[in-house]
Design a protein around this ligand. Structure first.
Ligand code: KG4
Ligand code: ZN
Length: 336
């Protein structure tokens, strides 16, 4: 059979990325131009700065993606693009570039929800097995997603305030760690102990929702109170205590969801899925509590934003007949 070759675009936040994906799971190229250095001095992503970087990077990303893959425009089957959720100005650059390529080369345009992209990053680690559950943890979202069948997504629980990654970035800022702080806090946590015993919000409530703003406040209060007493707290212990609280709640709520929704597989995806504490705890708890459920972890290198995952999600959308019109607009608040 003919190969399906998708040129995929991702520009929802602070990474400009273009990838070439063959038959949904083979990465021919995955170019990621990060802007993190430009946002660090502001302590977070500045939307106008992000848009300008996307404009500057997108053309060379397309050229790099095609050259690295050894693929010409003629060999492409379709173009896939993230149209939400994300920053509107950032999304628009990827959309404009994707539409231009699709229109000029008479290719179908496939709309992709960024969050389905994160889930499909795990597809590079193995097959999907339905029904399955996904724990989606990123900088903007924390969701439990039930997938009864391919191309079907039901959010059964989500955060009521901060996302898990957002909490990492905020407490990281208090500790003087550059944005995005998740990876550095994770590494620091590995050297400390949970001595502060921060709150585990909503852990025992009978739902699948999360809340991380109380934990963030407890963390900030602990640091400020110590400052006022002229004390310096152990940074590794602070990080370990924060991380243990996040991981406990994420794992506990996921186990609760699995008890109510019988599934064959659990997928862990999103930027925070790179967290080592979370990967280890989920692996151990699943093995003891739900040994019949298979765990599929998104590959470490594909947890963060990238276009390869958009190509994988775009492939399933393509098979299901999803096609966008030329007036496809950015949807900053798009949900699953
Ligand atoms: O999915 P992602 O790349 O972007 C969004 O769509 O939001 O997620 C980025 C988030 C940031 O908040 C970053 O601090 C966090 O993922 N992150 C981590 C780790 N690596 C990245 N959080 C905890 N532990 C990590 N190892
Ligand atoms: Zn993301």
């Amino acid at each position: 059979a003919e190969k399906t070759i998708i040129l995929a675009f991702e520009s929802s936040c602070d990474e400009t990325s273009v990838a070439v994906i063959e038959d949904g799971t083979k990465i021919l190229s995955n170019i990621v131009a990060t802007q993190i250095a430009s946002h660090q001095r502001f302590g977070g992503v500045v939307p106008e700065v992000a848009s300008r970087h996307h404009i500057e990077q997108i053309t060379s990303c397309i050229e790099d993606a095609l050259t690295t893959a050894g693929v010409t425009y003629d060999e492409l089957t379709a173009v896939a693009v993230t149209y939400g959720p994300g920053l509107v100005g950032s999304l628009l650059i990827g959309l404009m570039a994707a539409k231009t390529v699709a229109w000029a080369h008479h290719l179908p345009l496939i709309p992709v929800n960024h969050m389905t992209g994160h889930i499909y990053a795990a597809r590079f680690a193995g097959e999907f097995n339905y029904p399955q559950m996904a724990l989606l943890v990123s900088g903007g979202h924390t969701e439990l997603v039930y997938m009864p069948a391919p191309h079907e997504y039901q959010i059964i629980g989500e955060t009521r305030d901060d996302a898990a990654g957002e909490a990492y970035d905020k407490i990281g800022r208090v500790m003087g760690i550059a944005y995005p702080a998740g990876k550095a806090v994770d590494e620091l946590a590995a050297q400390g102990q949970d001595v502060f015993n921060f709150p585990r919000a909503m852990e025992n409530e009978d739902n699948f929702d999360f809340s991380f703003s109380g934990l963030k406040s407890a963390f900030i209060n602990t640091v400020h109170n110590a400052d006022q007493r002229g004390e310096t707290l152990n940074r590794a212990d602070l990080a370990a205590s924060f991380q243990q609280s996040v991981v406990d709640v994420l794992v506990h709520k996921t186990m609760r969801a699995l008890a109510q929704y019988p599934v064959k597989q659990l997928v862990l995806a999103g930027g925070v899925a790179a967290n080592r504490g979370l990967r280890t705890a989920l692996t151990e708890q699943l093995a003891t509590q739900q040994p019949e459920v298979n765990l599929l972890l998104a590959p470490l290198k594909l947890c963060g934003d990238n276009a390869a995952m958009i190509g994988a999600a775009g492939y399933i959308n393509y098979q299901f007949g999803d096609r966008a019109a030329w007036d496809l607009n950015a949807q900053p608040g798009l949900s699953l």
